[in-house]
Design a protein around this ligand. Structure first.
Ligand code: ACO
Length: 319
């Protein structure tokens, strides 16, 4: 038995935060942000939007694209690190919002790499025969975790959700997934759970990041990740149709594409419009390029992500 992507979807909040608006809030400039990151806009969740509402909207699109009903799902795996509640899991709330019950649903926490980790779990359930249709979602509101006056972080993050339905198939779809974690880097990137103590909430619960160091490790790990993924299949980058990277920073994406020798025309990039949407970043980019017709059935895709943990991973896919 194989697992293939049968449908995808995404959701971005309508409220947009531009570089020009950020110039009014903190000591930064449009040119600094564009040159260092490649980001121009980010979508910001409004008061009525959350990890759950965004995930539900993306999930509905993916379920429709897969040509199934929510009742057909055997499992829901949702990647997030910014849900409003510790429990019930966001996945349980999405299950309820989809109007179904009993379907097992749980969250996966792997920060920006969450979707790849969730995909690797879903794939195993299908390949083992334990599930026929699995909903995989990445949804995050990291803009809410950034201290409003911290120019190091607020320029980077936006909110959104992306989803895919994996279905059992006779032909290979997900060719392989590869996931890694290295907890020793926790001090470089993270966000603490808000405490009941308000002073701690104000002082400690914001997202912290040592950007230059994160950048360096990300480039290094992603370079060996993409090489290892291809060599696992004795494939060359010339056989790839699309690279769908985590949308954190244009320069990180550029370095990974260069390592592969892949022209930027074959790299799906949404980051100018979305910023870094954490676990939602890869599935948003995937769905975006499927819906605009760039990604076609039968093509070979390399998905990769790197983020807090550190946690990083890839998926090689015949779409
Ligand atoms: N506007 C203007 N100046 C800024 C801003 C800003 N928004 N942010 C930082 N600066 C300043 C710094 O204070 C520093 O000033 P100094 O030289 O006086 O100390 C200067 O710009 C250069 O800072 P660096 O950190 O060296 O800039 P760099 O070129 O590394 O770019 C960035 C910073 C964009 C954060 C980059 O390091 C990066 O993208 N790192 C990866 C982090 C990341 O993507 N994290 C997301 C989660 S992990 C992931 O998804 C990969």
């Amino acid at each position: 038995m194989f697992a293939r992507i049968s449908g995808t979807g995404h959701f971005l909040p309508s409220q947009i935060l531009t570089n020009a608006e950020l110039e009014q809030r903190v000591d930064t400039s449009d040119s600094w942000i564009r040159e260092r990151t490649g980001i121009q806009n980010r979508h910001i969740a409004g008061p009525d939007e959350s990890v759950v509402t965004m995930a539900t909207a993306a999930a509905k699109e993916a379920i429709q694209a897969a040509g199934i009903a929510a009742q057909d799902l055997d499992l829901i795996v949702l990647a997030t690190t910014s849900a409003d509640r510790a429990f019930p899991s966001a996945a349980c709330e999405v299950q309820h919002a989809l109007g179904i019950t009993d379907t097992p649903a749980f969250d996966v926490a792997a920060a920006c790499s969450g979707f790849i980790f969730a995909l690797s779990v879903a794939e195993k359930y299908i390949v083992s025969g334990a599930a026929k249709h699995v909903l995989v979602v990445g949804s995050d509101t990291l803009s809410r975790m950034c201290r409003p006056d911290d120019r190091n972080t607020i320029v980077l993050f936006g909110d959104g959700a992306g989803a895919a339905v994996l279905s059992a198939a006779n032909e290979p779809g997900i060719l392989s997934t590869h996931i890694y974690s290295a907890g020793e880097f926790a001090s470089l990137l993270g966000a603490d759970h808000p405490s009941r103590d308000d002073s701690a909430l104000q002082q400690e619960a914001w997202l912290y990041m040592r950007g230059r160091e994160v950048f360096k490790v990300a480039v290094e790990k992603l370079a060996s990740l993409v090489e290892d993924t291809l060599s696992h299949h004795q494939m060359s980058a010339a056989e790839l149709d699309w690279l769908i990277p985590h949308q954190a920073n244009f320069r990180i994406i550029q370095a990974t594409a260069k390592k592969l020798g892949l022209p930027l025309e074959q790299v799906v990039m949404t980051l100018a419009e979305t910023g870094n949407t954490s676990a939602a970043s890869v599935p948003i980019a995937l769905d975006w390029a499927i819906r605009d017709g760039r990604i076609q059935r039968g093509q070979t895709l390399l998905l990769e992500a790197f983020g807090g943990g550190f946690a990083w991973g890839s998926a090689l896919i015949r779409y």
